[in-house]
Design a protein around this ligand. Sequence first.
Ligand code: S3P
Length: 181
Amino acid sequence: MGSLLQGVNLYLVGMMGVGKTTVGRLLAKQLSYGFVDTDDVIAQAAGKSINQIFTEEGEAAFRQLESDVLSKVCAFTKLAIATGGGIVLQRENWSYLHHGLIVWLDAPVELIYSRLAEDITRPLLQDVDPQAKLRSLLEQRTSLYSQADLHISEREGDTPQDVAKRVLEAIPSVLKPQVSD
Ligand code: S3P
């Protein structure tokens, strides 16, 4: 698989709570790739949590930081990159994402909600009905996520290992081996 990918980065996109970070780490390990989580890089660079950035600087400032980080990350190779759920919103981000293979991890709202019901680290889910918010975000973003190269649907009971395995199995369908003549 590593040779088929030839160092091409894997970008994991999809809603918060679908497991981009956990699955991304597993993929990195299996491919002998590095792992990057764009939210972690943003928080480290800003010296504050994602919640604090949203509260103190606003979502637009966060989106700008997110694009800045993505533009820098895509200069590297051999990385599995877990992105924030809203990375697909900025048109310019697609030019960076397309440097690699884009994998949409998709899960039903009910499954995402069951994982995030107690979560307090997602600013977009604070002070709202989280399930309704997740539903409307997914509705707004589905057409964007579906522009990914691969669509992996998660089911109740799937482990992160199951999902990572399914990603690896699906990669050959979009990456044809180079034929030398
Ligand atoms: C967001 C998702 C979060 C984080 C921020 C905004 C979103 O990342 O970037 O809270 O707009 O969906 P995760 O998808 O890693 O939770």
